[in-house]
Design a protein. Structure first.
Length: 708
């Protein structure tokens, strides 16, 4: 990750720790490099700089930087598990976005300052390109070339900031097969609707013959905002067919006729309702719909716009020049803290403090979709609802017409939910639940609250707060005790103190040490937090986890390796074997490999602090694929020898740098020896102290002789 050093400095210790603490698992870990930097981008005949800062995780999380910082993450099915529909010939991500000629940070800053609606975008984009329907944009057009008769899966993502979008392909039908990474019962449409934050996978089957024509793939906004303005433009990409008579795969025939789809009117709520009502989960034994049949907690949230007073001596652009627009849920508008949440929690100083008294129903009932009340002011606060673990929750979200009806896309972080019902007008708590779909409702993570209507969702609150998972659950507490951090556990087991307890140790106690290898407590906590979270993911995926004692030993070993890897002391190389320090035993390992018959041998020798021989061993390898694997076998062979001799303080030497680097990097490797190194990590758990050192071939002579 290439980030300017001025941003990286405060995080260098934590980042270095996490980078080194990667443990080999059965799953494949993908590594990606992101270059976050200033860049001039030209669209619509105007250039501007984009991406000055941002946290990349699906999309940028700072202000409106997500207008240009976003991308697709495609997760394929498990190997050997087919799609529950015809396998596509090719899969293509299509990301819808918005483009402003102006700096998006300036756009949102002005809106927040004046309290008015943000200036509308100048264009929509498909994969970052506005397309030929905008002035000065013909060359910036996304083109998808297809072959006659083939089926393509389009992975649609609405990354636009403010607009729900219709999508259609001229003279083609689309088969909906998945929304928000959950399969649905397939159905075909000419036009679909997708809200900001939602994803939709569709199958597009090309015509069986070369049609001698090109076709627009178009997206246009859906909006019922009254009063208000919106970007009413249309973005288009081009679907073109491979010409069997053309030798070039990339040529584009501009002379062919170009067909446009018939797009719905911008306020076609009927089409939207018809589309969303067709979405159903597969609800099969392989892909069940685990919708809660009973409910522990019921909540009713009104969602909409209100007003707040204009700051003193300022002129605003809300409904009047003395008010600002303010979004609210149950008439509470969020107050952002003046400092970072962890910092404000630690210091106890913040404008916004999370209270646990968020109202579960509106403070006063009224005709939510009728005539606006006289008082449109909202309250402010930073409040939350506390849910018991494993509680089943039903949440009804009701749009209001206080300042005009509007569709509101809402996302629930950390959970999928089932959309069990929706309708128009005011929600009826007596009659509407009788029509809920509890058999095969669609499962999503983002839903649009209908304009002038309501939506009901259900979910299971089985994703506990991270502090509970890392500190307060019984197993985590036992791991901390095994690390001799009893005082830390006593503080952390108080749920309200969990976060500040970690900060107390990490930030405010540099002199604290533990009894394990003299490792600083801060480092053990950092490593422990990472390790416990990693093990939690193993447990979620049904993999075996260690006992608390074993986990504590692994954490200590990883922390010790980190300390050794970050020491800046120069290593003095010697051509003679050096004795280990008092009470330690040195293990030298080596391997041989014969490429002609894929055989080899391993050898290991143990010597004490006086240089005396304790034990030695060698063994033939009847089949080994390469020299690196042979060296890994030698390490495993030597560690087992030391284990049988009852040795607890060990220095391991090898003249194979890959062996040493792999073990000092937590056993992680992308080579075929991963399982061997994983065994070695488990075997060293019982050692009081163990280190891995690279040595020259001459100082590894005895082990070398054993393998000849």
């Amino acid at each position: 990750m290439a980030i300017s050093s001025r941003f990286l400095a405060p995080c260098s210790v934590l980042m270095a720790t996490l980078m080194l603490l990667i443990v080999q698992a059965q799953s494949i870990t993908r590594h990606y490099d992101f270059n976050v930097q200033m860049a001039n981008v030209t669209r619509l005949c105007a250039s501007k700089s984009v991406v000055t800062r941002g946290t990349l995780w699906w999309h940028a999380h700072i202000s409106w930087l997500r207008a240009t910082v976003y991308g697709a993450i495609v997760i394929l099915p498990k190997l050997g598990v087919p799609y529950p529909f015809v396998a596509p010939h090719k899969e293509v991500p299509l990301l819808f976005g918005e483009w402003w000629r102006a700096d998006t940070e300036a756009v949102v800053s002005q809106a927040l300052r004046t309290g008015g609606a943000p200036n509308i975008s100048d264009a929509f984009t498909i994969n970052g390109l506005p397309g030929p329907l905008y002035n000065c944009s013909a060359k910036d057009t996304f083109k998808l070339k297809v072959k006659p008769g083939k089926t393509y899966m389009l992975r649609l993502i609405n990354a636009a900031l403010n607009d729900e979008l219709f999508f259609s392909v001229a003279n083609h039908t689309l088969t909906i097969v998945e929304v928000d990474a959950v399969y649905v019962k397939p159905f075909t449409v000419k036009t679909l609707i997708i809200s900001p934050g939602q994803t939709t996978n569709v199958l597009l089957t090309a015509k069986p013959f070369y049609p001698k024509a090109n076709f627009y793939m178009s997206a246009a906004p859906y909006s019922v905002i009254r009063p208000g303005t919106f970007d009413s433009t249309t973005v288009a990409g081009i679907l073109e067919y491979h010409n069997p008579r053309s030798a070039s795969e990339s040529s584009f025939d501009k002379d062919l006729p170009l067909f446009r789809p018939t797009m719905p009117r911008f306020n076609d709520t009927g089409l939207v309702t018809n589309f969303t009502s067709k979405l159903r989960s597969l609800a099969t034994p392989q892909y069940p719909a685990a919708v809660p049949q009973s409910v522990d907690k019921r909540f009713f949230f009104t969602v909409g716009l209100g007003t707040r007073p204009c700051p003193v001596n300022a002129t605003c652009q809300g409904p009047t020049n003395t008010t600002q627009f303010a979004a609210a849920i149950n008439n509470i508008s969020l107050v952002l803290p003046s400092t970072a949440l962890l910092q404000s929690h630690f210091t106890g100083v913040s404008r916004g403090v999370y209270g646990s008294n968020f109202p579960t129903t509106p403070l006063s009932q009224f005709n939510y979709t009728g005539v606006s009340p006289n008082n449109t002011n909202v309250a402010t606060g930073t409040k939350l609802l506390v849910l018991p673990f494993n509680a089943t929750v039903e949440l009804v979200m009701q749009d209001t017409s206080i300042l005009g009806i509007e569709s509101h896309p809402l996302h629930l972080h950390g959970f999928n939910f089932f959309v069990v019902g929706q309708g128009f007008g005011n929600y009826d708590p007596v009659n509407d639940p009788t029509r809920f779909n509890l058999v095969d409702p669609v499962e999503r993570n983002t839903v649009g609250v209908p304009a002038g209507g309501w939506v009901a969702i259900r979910f299971l609150a089985d994703n506990p707060d991270i502090m509970h998972a890392l500190f307060t659950c019984p197993r985590a507490a036992e791991v901390w005790r095994c690390l001799h951090l009893d005082g830390f556990v006593e503080e952390a087991c108080d749920t309200d103190r969990a976060g500040s307890a970690a900060l107390d140790y990490i930030l405010c106690a540099p002199q604290r040490q533990t009894l394990i290898h003299e490792i600083p407590a801060q480092l053990l906590i950092l490593v422990g937090i990472w390790y416990i979270w990693w093990e939690r993911r193993q447990h979620v995926h049904g993999e075996e986890v260690q006992t608390p004692v074993q986990a504590a030993q692994s954490i200590a070993a990883l922390a010790a390796n980190y300390l050794k890897a970050t020491k800046k002391n120069a290593v003095v190389r010697s051509c003679r074997w050096r004795k280990p320090q008092e009470d330690f035993v040195k293990l030298n390992v080596d391997a041989s490999f014969h490429a002609d018959d894929l055989q080899g041998a391993v050898g290991a020798v143990l010597r004490d602090c006086r240089g005396g021989f304790i034990a030695s061993s060698n063994e033939r390898l009847e089949h080994v694929v390469d020299v690196e694997t042979a060296e890994a076998h030698a390490l495993r062979h030597g560690i087992l020898l030391a284990q049988r001799m009852g040795i607890t303080k060990l220095i391991v030497e090898s003249d194979c740098l890959e062996v040493i680097n792999t073990m000092n990097n937590g056993g992680f490797t992308a080579s075929g020896s991963a399982a061997i190194y994983s065994d070695c990590l488990v075997f060293i758990i019982g050692y009081t102290s163990v280190s891995f050192v690279h040595c020259p071939r001459k100082t590894n002579y005895v082990a070398h002789v054993l393998v000849r």
